[in-house]
Ligand binder design. Sequence first.
Ligand SMILES: Cc1ncc(C[n+]2csc(CCO)c2C)c(N)n1
Length: 224
Amino acid sequence: MNHQDLINACREDWHAYTQHEFVQQLARGVLAQPAYLHYLKQDFLFLKQYARAYALAIYKADSLADMRKALPTVQALLNSEVNYHVTYCAKWGLTESDLEAEAEDFGTVAYTRYVLDAGMRGDIIDLYAALAPCAIGYAEIGRHLVADENTKLEANPFLDWIQLYSGEDFQQSAAQGIERLDELLAEVNLHSQRGRNLVEVFRTATRMKIAFWQQGLDAIPAVI
Ligand SMILES: Cc1ncc(C[n+]2csc(CCO)c2C)c(N)n1
């Protein structure tokens, strides 16, 4: 099996994740600021947990070669991606202490701790299957948004976000992650018990990613 089998096995959830209302409003440039600020703060907390999960990939690897394969991502996350995020958040008026002081929302805890649990109780393939919706989903969203005529590519306050995820660097790192996952999945039969379990891990992770978007929209104050 490969990563496309995982997506095909949970089409509806995948669609709900990659075409979420949060993403559509962002693409049209109409997303309410409180939703985006909440998302940015939660994404900082997400990135820290994501780095822990990649560190777990080193722990779960069977060989020195596989341990080494996970290291560049841990390094990139801790040294560049978190820093880039902090710098980007400053443009939206959020300081690093605002980010550190933020409490984790339900969707953030649900997704990140689910990944860690799937990885801890399972093996490295379970861990990568739980991480996969992030890189695969964001890369797909980035590509779709730039190709979609409904996306506002001028005077859109979220253009940097769209450019980051549609850009060459992110697309390439996602492609590498997919290649790594496919190497590992090649030894699994989709219709075996193992294959079905991996689909369930991927499906649950995808459902948690939907909740992550939704918590952004839920942060918009109700008009009374
Ligand atoms: C909730 C959430 N999911 C995915 C990304 C995209 N992303 C940014 S850095 C990184 C790690 C590998 O480079 C990934 C997957 C995000 N920012 N927030």
